[in-house]
Design a binder for this molecule. Structure first.
Ligand SMILES: [Cu+2]
Length: 323
């Protein structure tokens, strides 16, 4: 019976194809979680209202989309099976159904309008930072950034810890405010952004060489760091913790090394860390100054400069890992 054999063979091949397809889809879904954020929705968990709102909004839209998807696919599968072709059966000849057509057009439009309204309501929490908690780190009024071409969102009381994030190949530099107008004597750190909890942290994002992108998934969306342009974002962490991210814009050969970490400390611990960092930088500057003076003296006395007097050393001495 060659015909029966051939059909059995075809069935086996179809089954293998279906199983391979399912395995491939499952594999893609499982592997994708390792490469991106959470399984179904964006990451959150730092307690920052912007990240939480993005996550909630995403979950909401996913739920509505799931209801629509399973509804449509269910009706489709039901119809396919119930009304499948049968020998000698002539199906009912139906042309259009005005009520049904108006119904699903209005239904779809209604769903979109509701989603749009909910999105705009929640956008407020995503864009605009709240005030710091009463027991947060003491903050100052945000002053206007000169030449900024975008509006910097502020908390209702106008006060936040405003830190400058500077993207440079292939490291992030963070500059902390110190209340005076001279940015050259500010405390700074590389790689790790240490912040206080319960405090609204606003970020002024700039780039020094090429375009980078600041992204800590658990603390909200990405923000481009573009040379000659200032961008803004913010977050507010409720509990101490470590949040990891990376530059999200291909910026050159070592782009993959451009990691970013945010470490949130209790306000008192943050204060101690900041003072410690300040002292460390002062000590390094003093040492560098001393070395420069020694070199100068050597030159004046006619000796050649010491061999270990590397002018770059001062710079690298300050680029500690921090925290
Ligand atoms: Cu980069």
């Amino acid at each position: 019976m060659p015909a029966a054999l051939a059909s059995a063979h075809l069935r086996t091949r179809r089954r293998v194809f279906a199983l391979t397809l399912i395995a491939a889809l499952t594999g893609t879904l499982v592997l994708a979680t390792g490469a991106s954020a959470g399984f179904w929705t964006p990451e959150s968990g730092g307690g920052s209202a912007n990240a939480e709102s993005i996550d909630t909004l995403y979950g909401l839209i996913l739920a509505v989309a799931a209801v629509v998807f399973f509804g449509v696919e269910g009706a489709l599968l039901y119809s396919l099976i119930k009304f499948r072709a049968r020998k000698d059966a002539v199906p009912a000849q139906i042309r259009g159904n005005t009520r049904l057509e108006i119904g699903w057009t209005l239904g779809a439009a209604g769903i979109l309008v509701i989603l749009a309204v909910v999105t705009f309501v929640m956008l407020d929490d995503i864009r605009n930072p709240p005030n710091s908690d009463a027991d947060g780190y003491p903050t100052a009024r945000i002053v206007n950034v000169q030449n900024a071409s975008a509006y910097q969102p502020r908390p209702p009381n106008g006060r936040a810890l405003n830190i400058e994030v500077n993207g440079q190949r292939y490291i992030w530099r963070y500059t902390y405010p110190d209340g005076d107008d001279n940015p050259l004597n500010n405390t700074f750190n590389y790689k790790t952004l240490v912040v206080p909890t319960k405090t609204t942290v606003t970020l002024t994002i700039v780039a020094q060489d090429v375009a980078h992108s600041w992204w800590i998934p658990e603390l909200g969306g990405k923000m481009d760091a573009v040379p000659g342009h200032t961008n803004f974002t913010w977050f507010k962490v409720q509990k101490p913790g470590t949040f990891r991210g990376q530059c999200a814009e291909l910026c050159g050969r070592n782009h993959a090394d451009m990691l970013a970490t945010v470490v949130a400390l209790e306000p008192d611990d943050f204060k101690a860390w900041l003072e410690n960092k300040r002292d460390e930088i002062d000590a390094n500057n003093k040492e560098a100054q001393q070395r420069r003076e020694e070199e100068l003296r050597d030159i004046e006395e006619g000796d050649s400069p010491a061999e270990d007097a590397d002018p770059q050393e001062e710079e690298t001495a300050n680029q500690g890992e921090g925290s």
